[in-house]
Design a binder for this molecule. Structure first.
Ligand code: ADP
Ligand code: MG
Length: 247
């Protein structure tokens, strides 16, 4: 669904991405892993058009996306650190984002919608009702994450880009979100997800992108990486690779 070619991004003297070429295959859950600072968030933001790469190309369904804000209609985004105007209430933010999306859809009527039949919400697991009148300023980190998740799912976009979605959630919320992702996966949704909790990803992901220091260290099936390292668990496989790198 997405092809990334030779993406490079530098912040001052930090080279966050050093020529990254990867694919996000349609209808699969792809896990983006790598240690802190390896470039995961920067890569996701380049896909979304929130960070402009210095060089390289992002293609959506084969078409270059340079500078086209309407690409966001294909992607629902849950940021690692949400920045919404904190004087607004939850209801106002949900309405604001919905109206921006609606306006964009009117400009781009051929943009796909997922699924075709019903509006998407996480209301079954993260009810928004009692939060609607609360200002974002007063919300806890975990509650803000729930709002971020709800926004990503409400986008109705065929691709979900989730940056550490379970990081601020309590174990119950996190397990609900995982179940929901498994359902989405079963229905063939395309998802790109980063997480530090590699055991979660082993359950969810088919495709794996492993970044190390701004470069792709491995891209392929999760099963392939386990086979390559001879480890049954993703955590162990990654630890083994990191030890080899450090040696
Ligand atoms: P990850 O998500 O894998 O932890 P990031 O993509 O956030 O990694 O960061 C990759 C590198 O780029 C890090 O060294 C980080 O400090 C740097 N970086 C990311 N965003 C910025 C920014 N806006 N300004 C300066 N440096 C940045
Ligand atoms: Mg990050």
């Amino acid at each position: 669904m997405i092809q990334v070619e030779q993406l490079a991004k530098r912040f001052g003297h930090v080279e966050a991405l050093k020529g990254v070429s990867v694919n996000v295959p349609r209808g699969q859950v792809s896990a983006l892993i790598g240690p802190n600072g390896s470039g995961k968030t920067t890569l996701m933001k380049c896909l979304l058009g929130l960070v402009r790469p210095d060089s390289g190309l992002v293609r959506l369904e084969g078409l270059p996306m340079d500078g086209d804000p309407l690409r966001r209609l294909w992607m629902g985004y849950m940021p690692q650190v949400p920045h919404y105007p904190d004087n607004l209430s939850v209801g106002e933010v949900l309405d604001l984002v919905a109206s921006v999306r609606l306006a964009a859809r009117l400009r781009c009527p051929h943009a796909p919608h997922w699924p075709q039949d019903e509006p998407e919400t996480l209301d079954g697991i993260f009810p928004m009702g009692e939060l609607l009148g609360r200002r974002l300023r007063g919300l806890s980190g975990g509650t803000l994450q729930r709002v971020g998740a709800e926004l990503a799912w409400r986008s109705g976009a065929p691709l979900l880009v989730l940056d550490e979605p379970t990081a601020g959630l309590d174990p119950v919320a996190s397990s609900h979100l995982k179940d929901r992702l498994l359902e989405d996966r079963a229905r063939g949704r395309t998802v790109l997800i980063s997480s530090h909790v590699l055991s979660d990803l082993q359950e969810l992901a088919e495709h794996l992108i492993f970044l190390l220091d701004g470069r792709v260290h491995y891209e392929g099936s999760l099963a392939g990486l386990l086979e390559q390292t001879g480890e049954p668990r993703l955590e162990r496989a990654v630890a083994r690779i990191m030890r080899q790198e450090a040696a």
